[in-house]
Ligand binder design. Structure first.
Ligand code: PYC
Length: 436
């Protein structure tokens, strides 16, 4: 570049920086992502939970079905629960045909999301490796690969040398305590910027007329005509919710919460087969990008990916004891570090920057609970265990469809609450990220 160009480029950047600051200081010149509203006394649909699931449900109700008199209420801020605490991994290499079809539709929606929502959600389709350290793990990987292929999902079992080519920092030598015997390789898997997904759905839903109410805590779900002593439960009909900002009526209330799903559902007289456990995660200081894929090790209870900023993001299995506490523990960090170094001895000098945890609502079969319940007008989109982030778009799409057509959408027909009484479980534990 000639001197003149350099000077003009420099002044261009100075000018841009100055105008950015000026723009930032001007009050009201940048539109808010979403508006504030006074709470109305009635909505056609109330959605409890302002995470990705609740916001996506609201967005698809408005976009696909023209249902816009919708309120999303959240006791905190949008995306402050599981949506802001996950490790942002997406994939569709599940074990059951029902799970594969469902998560694959979610991946499709993630693929076009940046265009659909006009926001860069930083979807990085970088491939996903689930390592096998034992013969029985290899058998499960082969089983998953066959189910995946039948559904048209790109997924196959590869050997240690191919693993090494895809992720050179992994130790694939044979002398280790947990030698890598192979892996399930799923090229369409990857990571997405989770906050951007929240903001994208929130902004788009707001533009379509949906109202987003933060700091609006649900104190009760109003039900009439049920069999329970309080008029709730089986045979009842939902009439609205009680909040810290007053009562709101609605013929449809959707529980899109995570962490507190069973407590909220008890308010409608609909108990859920869920236990709630924390899941801890941690992130390192940033460093030059060296890990090109997502890597999961079930036996070592760890998964890792590297963000565009260069940080390594780690997660593990849920803590063994059910609790609503979300504090981090030293025990987790010690185990995590030990296991990660078995896989990638070369990163022993990296420093962890922070750790956090989120709440996971675990169901007996590791599949979600979705759709209509025994209380008319009360729907659930819950039981998201450790797989809620990747399911957000398809959950929103199918919950919205279910509300619009008055029955569970075909894609979620296997995830209904009645499966627990009918003994028709959808066993997905073999495809959970790590052993629990
Ligand atoms: O199921 O892929 C997964 C996952 C990643 C992190 C937690 N669960």
């Amino acid at each position: 570049m000639c001197n003149v160009c350099l000077v003009s480029a420099q002044s261009y950047y100075r000018y841009s920086a100055a105008s950015l600051v000026r723009q930032g200081l001007k009050s009201g010149s940048w539109p808010r992502m979403w508006r504030r509203h006074t709470l109305k006394s009635h909505y056609d649909v109330i959605i409890i939970g302002g995470g990705i699931h609740g916001l996506a449900t609201a967005y698809y109700l408005a976009k696909n079905h023209g249902i816009t008199n919708v309120a999303v209420v959240d006791k905190g801020y949008l995306g402050g629960g599981g949506s802001g605490r996950n490790t942002a991994i997406v994939r569709s290499n599940y074990l059951t045909p029902e799970g594969v079809a469902f998560y694959d539709r979610s991946l499709e929606l993630y693929n076009t999301m940046a265009t659909d929502l006009n926001l860069n959600v930083m979807f990085s389709r970088r491939g996903h490796l689930t390592l096998a350290h034992t013969d029985s793990a290899l058998r499960t990987m082969n089983w998953r690969a066959e189910v995946n292929k039948l559904a048209g999902v790109d997924s196959s079992v590869i050997g240690p040398q191919e693993v090494k080519e895809l992720a050179p920092s992994l130790d694939v030598s044979t002398g280790t305590r947990y030698p890598i015997l192979g892996a399930l390789y799923h090229p369409p898997g990857g990571i997405v910027r989770h906050d951007a997904v929240v903001w994208g759905y929130a902004r788009a839903a707001d533009h379509l007329g949906v109202e987003l109410h933060q700091e609006t805590e649900v104190l009760d779900i109003l039900v009439t005509g049920g069999e329970g002593p309080d008029g709730k439960g089986h045979g009842g009909k939902v009439t609205g919710i009680r909040t810290n900002r007053g009562d709101i009526s609605s013929p449809v209330v959707v529980n899109c919460t995570a962490g507190w799903a069973s407590l909220i559902s008890n308010m409608a007289g609909v108990p859920l087969p869920i236990t709630t456990h924390p899941l801890q995660a941690a992130v390192t200081e940033p460093c030059k990008v060296f890990l090109p894929t997502v890597v999961v090790s079930g036996s070592l209870h760890v998964y890792v990916s590297q963000t565009d900023r260069g940080e390594l993001v780690f997660g593990a299995s849920v803590d063994p004891v059910g609790t609503y506490r979300v504090n981090g523990t030293l025990e987790f960090i010690e185990e995590l570090a030990g296991h990660v170094l078995e896989l990638m001895p070369g990163i022993s000098k990296m420093r962890l920057l922070r750790q956090w945890s989120g709440l996971c609502d675990m169901t007996p079969d590791y599949s979600p609970v979705m759709g209509y319940t025994q209380v008319a007008g009360y729907l659930v989109d819950v039981g998201w265990g450790t797989y809620g982030f990747k399911a957000g778009p398809v959950s929103g799409e199918t919950m919205a469809e279910s509300i619009a057509i008055g029955r569970n959408a075909d894609l979620i027909s296997s995830f209904g609450i009645e499966r627990f009484t009918e003994g028709d479980l959808v066993g997905e534990k073999g495809a959970a990220a790590v052993g629990h």
